[in-house]
Design a protein around this ligand. Structure first.
Ligand code: AMP
Length: 289
C-alpha cells in the first residue's frame, strides 16, 4: 500500500494504475475504523482492480467544535488495517492540503441539505458535499462506496454527482450492526456503558416500525408517532427527530404504500446517533389501528 498526504503524487500514482488498465474503487472515511468501514473497503476490493481509501476528519462538516475535537482518531491503527483489507492507496491529507489559502468554493445540494440532518446540523451537508466532490475529482474513481447508515448523505452524494456530471458510480453499502442491533459508528466509543445499552433503542424502534407496518398500517404519521414514542420510553435518549420520509427526497410522506424510509436521530448524553431503515408495506389492503 502506498500512502500519500499530498494530492499531486496521489494523482500521479492513480494515473499510472489507470494507464495499466486498472479500475479504481474509492472508500472515503474519517477513520477510527470499525466493521462498517471495513465492509466498504472489502466491497471496493471485490469490485475494482485497485482500491483507494481516504482518511480525513473534514473540519468543514462539523457544525459543533466540541464534536470535532472529541471525534475519535486512530490513524496509526487505521493505516495497517486498510492495508490488511487490501487497499492499494491510502490518502491522509492535512486540512491545509484540502483547503489551501484562498479556498473559496462550496458545493450545496440545496433541497436535500435543508432536511433532517441538515436542519439539525446547519452547514453539515455543505461540508460533506464539498469534500466529497473534491475527493471524487482527485480520485477519478470508477466507483465510490458510501454507507446506507448515513442515508441522507448518500442521497446528497448521488444528487451532486448527477448534477455536476461526475462520472463515478456511487455505490450504497448496507448498514453494519453490532450483535444487539446498534448501527456501528465511530462515535459509539464515546458512549458510557449505560448509554451504550440505552442506544440499542434506535434499532429496536426502527424494527418496531416495520413490525407495525407488517400488521397492515400504512399511515406514515402513525408509524412515525410509534417510532418516536418507542425511543422516548428510554430515559437516556433525547429524540432529535423520528420521521417517515421518501427515501430519495427525504420529504415526509403520508403513506408507506410505495415504501418509505424511517429515520431517527437522538442524543445519549453528548453523543448524537443516527439510524434508519427502509419500510415496506405489508401485502394486502391498508388497515387503520
Ligand atoms: P465516517 O468515517 O463515519 O465518515 O464513515 C465513512 C463511510 O463509512 C461513510 O460512507 C459511512 O456511511 C460508512 N459507514 C459508517 N458506519 C457504517 C455502518 N455501520 N455500516 C455501513 N457503512 C458505514
Amino acid at each position: 500500500m502506498q500512502t500519500f498526504s499530498e494530492i499531486a503524487p496521489l494523482r500521479a500514482a492513480l494515473a499510472e494504475a489507470r494507464q495499466a488498465g486498472k479500475s479504481i474503487g474509492l472508500a472515503p472515511t474519517m477513520g477510527a475504523f470499525h466493521e462498517g468501514h471495513l465492509t466498504l473497503i472489502r466491497r471496493a476490493r471485490a469490485e475494482n482492480d485497485a482500491v483507494l481509501v481516504t482518511l480525513f476528519v473534514n473540519p468543514t462538516q462539523f457544525n459543533d467544535i466540541e464534536d470535532f475535537v472529541s471525534y475519535p482518531r486512530h490513524p496509526e491503527r487505521d493505516a495497517p488495517t486498510a492495508e490488511a483489507e487490501g487497499a492499494d492507496f491510502l490518502f491522509t491529507p492535512s486540512p491545509d492540503e484540502m483547503y489551501p489559502k484562498g479556498f473559496d468554493t462550496v458545493v450545496v445540494a440545496r433541497g436535500l441539505s435543508e432536511r433532517l440532518e441538515g436542519a439539525s446540523r446547519p452547514g453539515h451537508f455543505q461540508g460533506v458535499a464539498t469534500v466529497v466532490a473534491k475527493l471524487l475529482n482527485i480520485a477519478g474513481a470508477d466507483r465510490a462506496y458510501f454507507g446506507e447508515k448515513d442515508w441522507q448523505q448518500l442521497q446528497v452524494i448521488r444528487r451532486l454527482t448527477a448534477d455536476l456530471n461526475i462520472p463515478t458510480e456511487i455505490v450504497g453499502v448496507p448498514t453494519v450492526r453490532e450483535a444487539d442491533g446498534l448501527a456501528m459508528s465511530s462515535r459509539n466509543v464515546l458512549l458510557t456503558a449505560e448509554q451504550r445499552r440505552a442506544a440499542t433503542v434506535l434499532a429496536s424502534a426502527l424494527d418496531n416500525a416495520q413490525a407495525i407496518a407488517d400488521t397492515g398500517v400504512q399511515d406514515a404519521y402513525q408509524i412515525a408517532a410509534w417510532l418516536r414514542q418507542t425511543i422516548e420510553v428510554q430515559p437516556l435518549a433525547r429524540v432529535d427527530y423520528a420521521v417517515v420520509v421518501d427515501p430519495e427526497t427525504l420529504q415526509e410522506v403520508d403513506s408507506i404504500e410505495n415504501g418509505a424510509l424511517a429515520a431517527v436521530a437522538a442524543r445519549f448524553g453528548k453523543v448524537r446517533l443516527i439510524d434508519n431503515r427502509l419500510l415496506r408495506p405489508a401485502p394486502g389492503p391498508a388497515v387503520r389501528r
